[in-house]
Design a protein around this ligand. Structure first.
Ligand SMILES: Cc1cc2nc3c(=O)[nH]c(=O)nc-3n(C[C@H](O)[C@H](O)[C@H](O)COP(=O)(O)OP(=O)(O)OC[C@H]3O[C@@H](n4cnc5c(N)ncnc54)[C@H](O)[C@@H]3O)c2cc1C
Length: 368
Protein backbone atom coordinates (compact mmCIF):
# COMPACT_ATOMS: atom_id res chain seq x y z
CA UNK A 1 0.00 0.00 0.00
CA UNK A 2 1.22 3.52 -0.83
CA UNK A 3 1.83 5.96 2.01
CA UNK A 4 2.15 9.73 2.15
CA UNK A 5 2.62 12.36 4.83
CA UNK A 6 -0.40 14.35 3.71
CA UNK A 7 -3.22 13.33 1.39
CA UNK A 8 -5.50 16.10 0.16
CA UNK A 9 -8.78 15.19 -1.52
CA UNK A 10 -9.76 18.07 -3.83
CA UNK A 11 -7.44 20.25 -5.92
CA UNK A 12 -9.64 23.36 -5.84
CA UNK A 13 -8.32 26.62 -4.38
CA UNK A 14 -8.52 25.27 -0.80
CA UNK A 15 -6.71 21.99 -1.49
CA UNK A 16 -4.05 23.56 -3.70
CA UNK A 17 -3.23 26.36 -1.24
CA UNK A 18 -2.98 23.78 1.57
CA UNK A 19 -0.66 21.65 -0.58
CA UNK A 20 1.60 24.61 -1.42
CA UNK A 21 1.80 25.78 2.17
CA UNK A 22 2.49 22.30 3.60
CA UNK A 23 5.06 21.54 0.88
CA UNK A 24 6.81 24.87 1.54
CA UNK A 25 7.38 23.57 5.09
CA UNK A 26 8.82 20.28 3.81
CA UNK A 27 5.74 18.03 3.93
CA UNK A 28 5.41 15.37 1.20
CA UNK A 29 1.94 15.89 -0.25
CA UNK A 30 -0.32 13.74 -2.43
CA UNK A 31 -2.97 15.97 -4.01
CA UNK A 32 -5.93 14.05 -5.44
CA UNK A 33 -8.69 15.21 -7.78
CA UNK A 34 -11.20 13.39 -9.91
CA UNK A 35 -10.71 16.00 -12.61
CA UNK A 36 -7.69 16.05 -14.88
CA UNK A 37 -7.15 19.77 -14.30
CA UNK A 38 -6.07 21.56 -11.13
CA UNK A 39 -8.29 24.39 -9.88
CA UNK A 40 -11.73 23.05 -8.88
CA UNK A 41 -14.50 25.55 -9.60
CA UNK A 42 -11.99 28.17 -10.72
CA UNK A 43 -11.34 26.50 -14.08
CA UNK A 44 -14.85 27.44 -15.23
CA UNK A 45 -14.92 30.93 -13.80
CA UNK A 46 -14.16 33.15 -16.76
CA UNK A 47 -15.60 36.21 -15.02
CA UNK A 48 -13.58 38.71 -13.04
CA UNK A 49 -13.77 37.58 -9.46
CA UNK A 50 -16.19 39.18 -7.07
CA UNK A 51 -15.02 39.79 -3.52
CA UNK A 52 -13.02 42.66 -2.23
CA UNK A 53 -9.73 41.13 -1.28
CA UNK A 54 -6.78 42.62 -3.11
CA UNK A 55 -5.31 39.18 -3.88
CA UNK A 56 -8.15 37.89 -6.02
CA UNK A 57 -10.97 40.38 -6.60
CA UNK A 58 -10.94 41.59 -10.20
CA UNK A 59 -8.86 38.66 -11.50
CA UNK A 60 -10.53 35.96 -13.56
CA UNK A 61 -10.92 32.63 -11.72
CA UNK A 62 -9.41 30.78 -14.65
CA UNK A 63 -6.26 32.93 -14.40
CA UNK A 64 -5.95 32.19 -10.67
CA UNK A 65 -6.36 28.45 -11.29
CA UNK A 66 -3.69 28.52 -14.03
CA UNK A 67 -1.28 30.22 -11.66
CA UNK A 68 -1.99 27.72 -8.86
CA UNK A 69 -1.58 24.78 -11.25
CA UNK A 70 1.83 26.09 -12.39
CA UNK A 71 2.97 26.36 -8.79
CA UNK A 72 1.86 22.78 -8.03
CA UNK A 73 3.58 21.37 -11.11
CA UNK A 74 6.83 23.17 -10.22
CA UNK A 75 6.85 21.80 -6.66
CA UNK A 76 8.75 18.50 -6.30
CA UNK A 77 7.14 17.80 -2.91
CA UNK A 78 3.63 17.66 -4.35
CA UNK A 79 2.48 14.59 -6.26
CA UNK A 80 -0.70 15.50 -8.18
CA UNK A 81 -3.00 12.56 -8.96
CA UNK A 82 -5.50 13.80 -11.54
CA UNK A 83 -8.49 11.79 -12.82
CA UNK A 84 -8.37 10.01 -9.44
CA UNK A 85 -11.64 9.78 -7.56
CA UNK A 86 -11.58 9.17 -3.82
CA UNK A 87 -14.23 6.51 -3.25
CA UNK A 88 -14.12 6.10 0.49
CA UNK A 89 -12.18 6.45 3.71
CA UNK A 90 -11.77 3.54 6.12
CA UNK A 91 -11.96 5.02 9.56
CA UNK A 92 -10.46 2.01 11.41
CA UNK A 93 -7.17 1.85 9.52
CA UNK A 94 -7.04 5.41 8.10
CA UNK A 95 -6.90 4.28 4.47
CA UNK A 96 -8.25 6.14 1.43
CA UNK A 97 -9.60 4.15 -1.48
CA UNK A 98 -8.97 5.72 -4.89
CA UNK A 99 -10.14 4.93 -8.39
CA UNK A 100 -7.30 5.98 -10.67
CA UNK A 101 -6.66 5.61 -14.42
CA UNK A 102 -4.49 2.57 -13.56
CA UNK A 103 -7.05 0.92 -11.29
CA UNK A 104 -8.12 0.91 -7.66
CA UNK A 105 -5.41 2.02 -5.22
CA UNK A 106 -5.15 2.32 -1.46
CA UNK A 107 -3.34 5.23 0.16
CA UNK A 108 -2.47 5.55 3.84
CA UNK A 109 -1.74 9.16 4.80
CA UNK A 110 -0.34 10.41 8.10
CA UNK A 111 -2.67 13.40 7.80
CA UNK A 112 -5.80 13.83 5.67
CA UNK A 113 -7.30 17.08 4.40
CA UNK A 114 -10.79 17.03 2.90
CA UNK A 115 -11.22 19.91 0.43
CA UNK A 116 -13.93 18.44 -1.78
CA UNK A 117 -15.94 21.65 -2.22
CA UNK A 118 -19.72 21.71 -2.49
CA UNK A 119 -22.71 20.28 -4.29
CA UNK A 120 -25.62 22.28 -5.70
CA UNK A 121 -28.98 22.46 -3.96
CA UNK A 122 -32.10 21.46 -5.88
CA UNK A 123 -35.53 22.93 -5.22
CA UNK A 124 -38.90 21.21 -5.40
CA UNK A 125 -41.36 21.96 -8.20
CA UNK A 126 -43.40 19.83 -10.61
CA UNK A 127 -41.24 18.87 -13.58
CA UNK A 128 -37.89 19.38 -11.83
CA UNK A 129 -36.78 15.96 -13.09
CA UNK A 130 -37.15 16.88 -16.77
CA UNK A 131 -33.99 16.99 -18.90
CA UNK A 132 -33.15 20.68 -19.23
CA UNK A 133 -33.15 21.42 -15.49
CA UNK A 134 -29.54 22.20 -14.53
CA UNK A 135 -27.52 23.53 -11.62
CA UNK A 136 -25.65 26.78 -12.34
CA UNK A 137 -22.27 25.07 -11.86
CA UNK A 138 -23.22 22.47 -14.48
CA UNK A 139 -24.22 25.23 -16.93
CA UNK A 140 -20.86 26.93 -16.34
CA UNK A 141 -19.03 23.65 -16.93
CA UNK A 142 -20.90 23.05 -20.19
CA UNK A 143 -20.29 26.55 -21.53
CA UNK A 144 -16.94 27.60 -20.13
CA UNK A 145 -15.10 24.27 -20.05
CA UNK A 146 -16.65 22.37 -22.98
CA UNK A 147 -17.90 25.26 -25.15
CA UNK A 148 -21.45 23.85 -25.30
CA UNK A 149 -24.59 25.98 -24.93
CA UNK A 150 -27.14 24.29 -22.64
CA UNK A 151 -30.11 25.40 -24.79
CA UNK A 152 -31.71 28.37 -26.53
CA UNK A 153 -33.68 30.09 -23.78
CA UNK A 154 -33.15 29.97 -20.02
CA UNK A 155 -35.08 30.73 -16.86
CA UNK A 156 -32.61 31.47 -14.05
CA UNK A 157 -33.78 30.74 -10.50
CA UNK A 158 -31.83 32.71 -7.92
CA UNK A 159 -30.35 36.21 -8.03
CA UNK A 160 -27.26 35.67 -5.88
CA UNK A 161 -23.89 36.42 -7.48
CA UNK A 162 -23.75 32.98 -9.07
CA UNK A 163 -27.21 33.33 -10.68
CA UNK A 164 -26.38 36.81 -11.96
CA UNK A 165 -22.92 35.93 -13.28
CA UNK A 166 -24.11 32.77 -15.03
CA UNK A 167 -27.05 34.72 -16.56
CA UNK A 168 -24.58 37.23 -17.96
CA UNK A 169 -22.34 34.47 -19.31
CA UNK A 170 -25.35 32.78 -20.94
CA UNK A 171 -26.27 36.05 -22.64
CA UNK A 172 -22.64 36.51 -23.77
CA UNK A 173 -22.78 33.02 -25.29
CA UNK A 174 -25.85 33.98 -27.32
CA UNK A 175 -28.43 32.21 -25.14
CA UNK A 176 -31.62 34.14 -24.37
CA UNK A 177 -32.21 34.63 -20.65
CA UNK A 178 -35.98 34.96 -20.39
CA UNK A 179 -35.96 36.04 -16.74
CA UNK A 180 -34.24 35.77 -13.39
CA UNK A 181 -36.57 34.97 -10.49
CA UNK A 182 -35.78 35.52 -6.84
CA UNK A 183 -37.95 34.40 -3.90
CA UNK A 184 -36.58 37.07 -1.56
CA UNK A 185 -37.79 40.68 -1.71
CA UNK A 186 -34.31 41.85 -2.76
CA UNK A 187 -31.69 40.81 -5.27
CA UNK A 188 -29.08 38.68 -3.48
CA UNK A 189 -25.96 39.46 -5.53
CA UNK A 190 -23.89 42.58 -5.93
CA UNK A 191 -25.58 45.58 -7.59
CA UNK A 192 -22.84 45.72 -10.23
CA UNK A 193 -23.81 42.25 -11.54
CA UNK A 194 -27.55 43.01 -11.36
CA UNK A 195 -27.05 46.23 -13.34
CA UNK A 196 -25.22 44.36 -16.10
CA UNK A 197 -28.16 41.97 -16.39
CA UNK A 198 -30.72 44.75 -16.46
CA UNK A 199 -28.77 46.67 -19.09
CA UNK A 200 -29.17 43.62 -21.33
CA UNK A 201 -32.94 43.91 -20.87
CA UNK A 202 -33.26 40.75 -18.76
CA UNK A 203 -36.07 41.15 -16.20
CA UNK A 204 -35.35 40.27 -12.57
CA UNK A 205 -38.54 39.37 -10.70
CA UNK A 206 -38.09 39.49 -6.93
CA UNK A 207 -40.66 37.81 -4.67
CA UNK A 208 -41.22 35.29 -7.48
CA UNK A 209 -40.52 31.59 -7.90
CA UNK A 210 -41.12 28.79 -10.35
CA UNK A 211 -44.54 27.15 -10.17
CA UNK A 212 -43.79 24.33 -12.57
CA UNK A 213 -41.74 23.19 -15.53
CA UNK A 214 -43.55 21.41 -18.34
CA UNK A 215 -42.66 19.36 -21.37
CA UNK A 216 -42.98 15.80 -22.66
CA UNK A 217 -39.44 14.48 -23.02
CA UNK A 218 -37.60 17.62 -21.88
CA UNK A 219 -38.27 21.18 -20.67
CA UNK A 220 -40.52 23.06 -23.11
CA UNK A 221 -41.54 25.90 -20.83
CA UNK A 222 -42.00 27.15 -17.29
CA UNK A 223 -44.62 28.94 -15.25
CA UNK A 224 -43.47 31.47 -12.68
CA UNK A 225 -45.59 33.23 -10.08
CA UNK A 226 -45.45 35.84 -7.36
CA UNK A 227 -45.01 34.78 -3.72
CA UNK A 228 -46.94 36.06 -0.71
CA UNK A 229 -45.48 36.80 2.73
CA UNK A 230 -45.72 33.08 3.60
CA UNK A 231 -43.71 32.08 0.51
CA UNK A 232 -46.85 30.67 -1.15
CA UNK A 233 -47.59 31.29 -4.82
CA UNK A 234 -50.39 33.80 -5.52
CA UNK A 235 -53.00 32.39 -7.92
CA UNK A 236 -53.63 34.71 -10.85
CA UNK A 237 -50.04 36.07 -10.99
CA UNK A 238 -48.69 33.28 -13.21
CA UNK A 239 -46.50 34.11 -16.22
CA UNK A 240 -45.67 31.55 -18.87
CA UNK A 241 -42.12 31.50 -20.29
CA UNK A 242 -40.98 29.66 -23.42
CA UNK A 243 -37.70 28.19 -22.19
CA UNK A 244 -35.86 24.95 -22.81
CA UNK A 245 -33.48 25.32 -19.83
CA UNK A 246 -34.17 25.99 -16.17
CA UNK A 247 -31.01 26.88 -14.29
CA UNK A 248 -30.96 26.58 -10.51
CA UNK A 249 -28.67 28.94 -8.65
CA UNK A 250 -30.30 28.24 -5.33
CA UNK A 251 -27.31 27.62 -3.15
CA UNK A 252 -24.61 25.11 -2.36
CA UNK A 253 -24.12 22.61 0.42
CA UNK A 254 -20.77 21.25 1.72
CA UNK A 255 -19.64 17.96 0.19
CA UNK A 256 -18.43 16.13 3.25
CA UNK A 257 -19.16 12.42 2.86
CA UNK A 258 -15.58 11.52 3.74
CA UNK A 259 -15.86 13.40 7.01
CA UNK A 260 -18.96 11.40 7.92
CA UNK A 261 -17.02 8.27 6.98
CA UNK A 262 -14.04 9.38 9.06
CA UNK A 263 -16.34 9.66 12.09
CA UNK A 264 -15.98 13.44 12.40
CA UNK A 265 -18.66 15.08 14.54
CA UNK A 266 -21.07 16.94 12.28
CA UNK A 267 -23.53 19.74 13.02
CA UNK A 268 -26.37 21.29 11.05
CA UNK A 269 -25.52 25.00 10.79
CA UNK A 270 -27.68 26.60 8.04
CA UNK A 271 -25.52 29.75 7.89
CA UNK A 272 -22.55 27.59 6.85
CA UNK A 273 -24.51 25.73 4.16
CA UNK A 274 -26.03 22.71 5.98
CA UNK A 275 -24.23 19.81 7.66
CA UNK A 276 -20.63 20.72 8.37
CA UNK A 277 -17.89 19.07 10.41
CA UNK A 278 -16.98 20.70 13.70
CA UNK A 279 -13.43 22.00 13.45
CA UNK A 280 -11.03 24.07 15.51
CA UNK A 281 -8.93 27.14 14.72
CA UNK A 282 -6.40 24.90 12.90
CA UNK A 283 -9.15 23.52 10.60
CA UNK A 284 -8.74 20.13 12.36
CA UNK A 285 -11.97 18.15 12.79
CA UNK A 286 -12.89 16.17 15.88
CA UNK A 287 -10.93 13.22 14.41
CA UNK A 288 -7.25 13.75 15.14
CA UNK A 289 -5.23 14.18 11.96
CA UNK A 290 -8.28 14.80 9.73
CA UNK A 291 -8.63 18.39 8.53
CA UNK A 292 -11.10 20.31 6.35
CA UNK A 293 -10.93 23.54 4.30
CA UNK A 294 -12.89 25.53 1.74
CA UNK A 295 -16.50 24.96 0.76
CA UNK A 296 -16.44 21.51 2.43
CA UNK A 297 -16.06 23.38 5.74
CA UNK A 298 -18.46 26.24 5.03
CA UNK A 299 -19.95 27.68 1.84
CA UNK A 300 -18.07 30.88 1.18
CA UNK A 301 -15.83 32.22 -1.56
CA UNK A 302 -12.62 31.21 -3.22
CA UNK A 303 -10.60 33.87 -1.37
CA UNK A 304 -11.58 32.39 2.02
CA UNK A 305 -11.13 28.84 0.68
CA UNK A 306 -7.53 29.74 -0.22
CA UNK A 307 -6.86 31.34 3.18
CA UNK A 308 -8.35 28.33 5.01
CA UNK A 309 -6.27 26.01 2.85
CA UNK A 310 -3.07 27.85 3.76
CA UNK A 311 -4.02 27.71 7.45
CA UNK A 312 -4.74 23.96 7.30
CA UNK A 313 -1.49 23.31 5.40
CA UNK A 314 0.49 25.22 8.01
CA UNK A 315 -1.21 23.48 10.95
CA UNK A 316 -0.65 20.06 9.36
CA UNK A 317 3.04 20.85 8.81
CA UNK A 318 3.32 21.90 12.47
CA UNK A 319 1.57 18.73 13.66
CA UNK A 320 4.15 16.71 11.69
CA UNK A 321 6.97 18.56 13.42
CA UNK A 322 8.05 20.48 10.30
CA UNK A 323 7.54 24.02 11.67
CA UNK A 324 8.99 25.47 14.90
CA UNK A 325 6.35 26.54 17.47
CA UNK A 326 7.16 30.28 17.32
CA UNK A 327 6.98 30.38 13.52
CA UNK A 328 3.71 28.44 13.62
CA UNK A 329 2.18 30.87 16.15
CA UNK A 330 3.21 33.90 14.11
CA UNK A 331 2.02 32.54 10.75
CA UNK A 332 -1.19 31.18 12.24
CA UNK A 333 -2.02 34.57 13.75
CA UNK A 334 -1.46 36.15 10.30
CA UNK A 335 -3.78 33.58 8.66
CA UNK A 336 -6.53 34.09 11.25
CA UNK A 337 -6.24 37.86 10.77
CA UNK A 338 -6.55 37.43 7.00
CA UNK A 339 -9.70 35.32 7.45
CA UNK A 340 -11.18 37.91 9.82
CA UNK A 341 -10.49 40.65 7.26
CA UNK A 342 -12.08 38.62 4.47
CA UNK A 343 -15.17 38.14 6.64
CA UNK A 344 -15.47 41.76 7.68
CA UNK A 345 -17.52 42.69 4.61
CA UNK A 346 -21.26 43.40 4.70
CA UNK A 347 -22.16 40.08 3.01
CA UNK A 348 -20.38 37.89 5.58
CA UNK A 349 -22.76 38.45 8.52
CA UNK A 350 -24.39 35.00 8.28
CA UNK A 351 -21.03 33.23 7.97
CA UNK A 352 -19.67 35.02 11.04
CA UNK A 353 -22.81 34.02 12.96
CA UNK A 354 -22.52 30.39 11.80
CA UNK A 355 -18.86 30.24 12.77
CA UNK A 356 -19.73 31.55 16.23
CA UNK A 357 -22.24 28.67 16.59
CA UNK A 358 -19.51 26.25 15.55
CA UNK A 359 -17.03 27.74 18.03
CA UNK A 360 -19.57 27.42 20.84
CA UNK A 361 -20.25 23.78 19.95
CA UNK A 362 -16.51 23.07 19.96
CA UNK A 363 -16.14 24.85 23.32
CA UNK A 364 -18.93 22.77 24.86
CA UNK A 365 -17.39 19.60 23.45
CA UNK A 366 -13.97 20.37 24.96
CA UNK A 367 -15.44 21.27 28.36
CA UNK A 368 -17.49 18.03 28.57
C1 LIG B 1 -20.89 29.62 -10.70
C2 LIG B 1 -19.95 30.01 -9.57
C3 LIG B 1 -19.31 31.28 -9.58
C4 LIG B 1 -18.46 31.64 -8.52
N1 LIG B 1 -17.82 32.87 -8.55
C5 LIG B 1 -16.98 33.21 -7.53
C6 LIG B 1 -16.30 34.47 -7.53
O1 LIG B 1 -16.47 35.27 -8.45
N2 LIG B 1 -15.51 34.79 -6.46
C7 LIG B 1 -15.30 33.91 -5.43
O2 LIG B 1 -14.51 34.21 -4.50
N3 LIG B 1 -15.91 32.71 -5.41
C8 LIG B 1 -16.75 32.35 -6.43
N4 LIG B 1 -17.40 31.15 -6.40
C9 LIG B 1 -17.18 30.29 -5.26
C10 LIG B 1 -15.84 29.53 -5.38
O3 LIG B 1 -15.75 28.94 -6.65
C11 LIG B 1 -15.76 28.47 -4.31
O4 LIG B 1 -16.00 29.04 -3.04
C12 LIG B 1 -14.38 27.82 -4.30
O5 LIG B 1 -14.10 27.22 -5.56
C13 LIG B 1 -14.30 26.75 -3.21
O6 LIG B 1 -13.04 26.15 -3.28
P1 LIG B 1 -12.82 24.66 -2.78
O7 LIG B 1 -11.39 24.36 -3.04
O8 LIG B 1 -13.33 24.52 -1.41
O9 LIG B 1 -13.77 23.75 -3.69
P2 LIG B 1 -13.85 23.51 -5.26
O10 LIG B 1 -13.31 24.64 -6.04
O11 LIG B 1 -15.24 23.08 -5.54
O12 LIG B 1 -12.85 22.26 -5.47
C14 LIG B 1 -13.17 20.98 -4.96
C15 LIG B 1 -12.41 19.95 -5.77
O13 LIG B 1 -12.62 18.67 -5.16
C16 LIG B 1 -12.73 17.69 -6.15
N5 LIG B 1 -13.41 16.52 -5.60
C17 LIG B 1 -14.63 16.50 -4.97
N6 LIG B 1 -14.92 15.24 -4.58
C18 LIG B 1 -13.88 14.46 -4.95
C19 LIG B 1 -13.60 13.07 -4.82
N7 LIG B 1 -14.43 12.21 -4.23
N8 LIG B 1 -12.42 12.59 -5.31
C20 LIG B 1 -11.55 13.45 -5.92
N9 LIG B 1 -11.77 14.77 -6.08
C21 LIG B 1 -12.92 15.26 -5.59
C22 LIG B 1 -13.52 18.40 -7.27
O14 LIG B 1 -13.31 17.77 -8.52
C23 LIG B 1 -12.93 19.81 -7.21
O15 LIG B 1 -11.85 19.95 -8.10
C24 LIG B 1 -18.25 30.75 -7.44
C25 LIG B 1 -18.88 29.48 -7.43
C26 LIG B 1 -19.72 29.11 -8.47
C27 LIG B 1 -20.40 27.73 -8.44
Amino acid sequence: MKTTELAIVGAGPAGVCAALEAASCGVKVTLIDREEQIGGQLVKQTHKFFGWHEKSAGTRGIVISGDLADQVKANPDICFMGSAEALGYFQDDGVLLLETPVGIQKLKPERLLIATGASEKMILFPGNDLPGVYGAGAVQTLMNVHGVRPGKSVLMIGSGNIGLIVSYQLAQAGVKVAAVVEALPNIGGYAVHASKIRRLGIPIYTRHSIKEAYGTACVEGAIIWQLDDNWQGIAGTEKQLDVDVICLATGLTPLCEFLWQAGAEMAYIPELGGFVPLYDENMETTVEGVYVAGDAACIEEASTAMAEGRLAGLAIAYSLGKVPADEFSRKRAESLKELDELRAGPTSGAIVKGLAVMKEQMRKRVSQ
